[in-house]
Structures are given as C-alpha cells and as structure tokens.
Design a protein around this ligand. Sequence first.
Ligand code: UT7
Length: 332
Amino acid sequence: MMGNRSYRVAMTGTGAYLPPKILTNKDLEKMVDTTDEWIVKRTGIKERRIVESGVAASDLASKAALMALKDARVSPKDVQLIITSTITPDSLFPSTSCYVQQKIGATDAGAFDVLAACAGFIYALSIGQNYVRAGLDNVLVIGSECLSTVVDYEDRSTCILFGDGAGAILLQRMNGKGSPEVLSTFLGADGKYADVLGIPAGGSKIPSSSKSIKDRLHYIKFRGREVFKLAIQNLTKVMKKTIDSSGYKVDDFSMFILHQSNFRIIEATMERMNIPKEKAFLNIEKYGNTSSASIPIAIDEVKKSGKLKSGDLVLLAAFGGGLTWSSSVIRW
Ligand code: UT7
C-alpha cells in the first residue's frame, strides 16, 4: 500500500453537519447574567448550534463524513483511514473514529483520534497528508465536537462561546481534476501553558469522583484574557513561519481561514500581519467556537460558496488548548 515516491495531496470531498437546534444569545440571557449586546461586541457570536441529549461526536462526524464521501463520489468501503480530531469524544476509549468507521460502513479502514484541541483539525490534516504522500488513498480527516456537553451553563465567561458541529474532508492523491491541494502543514505546541485552557478532570490526573463533579471540574475552564493574548501572539507566529517557508508572500494569499474562536482574535491577528480584514473568513456569528470542527466547516462553506477560483492560495491557522497551534497552505 505504501509506495516509495511522494504523492501530491488533494481535498477531493468536503462535508459539514451542524445540529439543527439553535441556542441564541437571547436564550443565554435567560440562563446567565449576560446580554446579547455584550456577547456580540466581545466575541462576534449571535448564535450557536447544540446537540439534543444523547447525540455524540461520532453522530455529527458520520454525517459530515458521508457528505464528504458523496462529494468525492467515493464509497465508504474504499476509505483506508479515518482520523478524527475531537476534545469531546463519544468516550475516552474506544476512539470516536471507531464509532464513525462502524456508522458509515468503512469496513476496510483503520481508525484513530487526534487530540490537539482547537488546533487539532490541522494536526489531523497533517497526519492524513503524510499518509497520502506515502501512498495511502481515501483518508477521511474529521473535526467533530459536542462542546455543549462540556460547557458549564452556569459560567457566563465560557458558556457564551462554544457550539457543536462537525466537518470532514476526504484526502486523495492528486489526479489533476482541480481539487484544492494541501501544500504544507506546520504544527507547534507549548505545554508550559497547559493550565490556561482545558477540562481539568476525567483523566488520570483527576479521575472522576463525586468531588470532581461537585467542583465542576468536568467543564471547560479557561483564563480568557490570557488565552486571548496568547492566541494572537501564536497565530501570528505560526502564520508567518508557514508563509515564509512556503516561498509565497503574504499578499499572494486570497483568503485566511482562522479557527473561529472570537472575531476580535481574528481581527487583531489580521491587523498584526498587515492583512486586509476582508481576507479573513468569518462565520462565527452563526456557530460560535466549534473547536476542531471550525476549520473543516469553514472549508466546506467556502467550497460551496464558490468564492475561490482554482489556483487561489488559502492559509489555514488555528490555536487551542495545550497550548497548540497549527497552520496549512492550501492551493485551491
Ligand atoms: O479557541 C480557544 C478558546 N477560546 C478561549 O479560550 C477564549 C479566549 N478569550 C476570549 O475570547 C475573551 O477573553 C472572552 C470573550 C472570554 C472575554 O472577553 P474579554 O474582553 O477578555 O472580557 P474579560 O474577561 O476581560 O471581562 C470583561 C468584563 C468583566 O467584568 P469586570 O471585571 O470588568 O466588571 C467580566 O466579568 O466582562 C465581564 N463578563 C461578562 N459580562 C457579560 C465576562 N463574561 C461576560 C458575559 N456577559 N458573558
């Protein structure tokens, strides 16, 4: 299966699934001490989607994956590998990818998950890219999150930000049919800041107990202002590095798809990079921060919008808990 030569990598199919239930800022006003005005001004978010009780990350992921396969006209039986990025897996193990494998009928696929929080989709993409370069074909790369299941709806500083959703991309060897090509991926991390953003309990360090539940340690916690600054610093750093090593100039890029965390983080990063704000993709007002899912949902939306033409350069960049960051150059 693995060859000696390096193949070029194409995104031949995309799909996205957002659960139908909408949680608006007005709904949140009834749950915590906040206002629609504050949320819009500080984050750019108007509403987000949330799953019904009992719906898991693999359910959203499977729907997005089947759409990506349909888009590429590839049968689930021909998928060789499934890589899902998620911080809200169905269970600690087995992996969410194994549930997806069964749900979509990808009977010949290997399956595993990646955990790099909001930067995770590009981490997963880099793994998929390298498998395809090495000779594997039909690799499904998915970002799927049910963040509403780990959000504390009594904490106004976090609950306003997050939403649920999934996006999937099928990677195949480039066959000259004009699909977007993954030119490069770049990854970084700094564990020194591990405690600024995460879910403290439920792992081996703080196993689940009645105390961990009472202390609300199974929910997302962050130090918002610190994350905000670190996000802008590290996004700028990784974007510069990725562009410098690509051989292109910043002006050569038609669109910048940054992880949809907060429109102020995106705007400030664009400003620091001296890039016109209009080149930044934005859909945060509809979905909030969907962590791993935000980049593949955006790619699917851009593809369906027809805004880009063949040959346009796109930069993807993301930042998340870990800390982690990642970036990728795509030639549309
Ligand atoms: O993808 C990575 C994950 N994302 C993150 O980890 C979040 C990154 N951080 C952020 O996006 C922003 O820091 C937030 C949106 C979380 C907060 O915005 P901010 O402009 O940094 O606000 P702040 O935390 O400095 O709070 C300003 C004020 C405070 O009141 P005082 O101390 O000035 O009286 C907060 O208590 O706003 C208050 N506040 C709120 N007020 C109304 C905090 N949350 C809310 C709220 N509604 N939901």
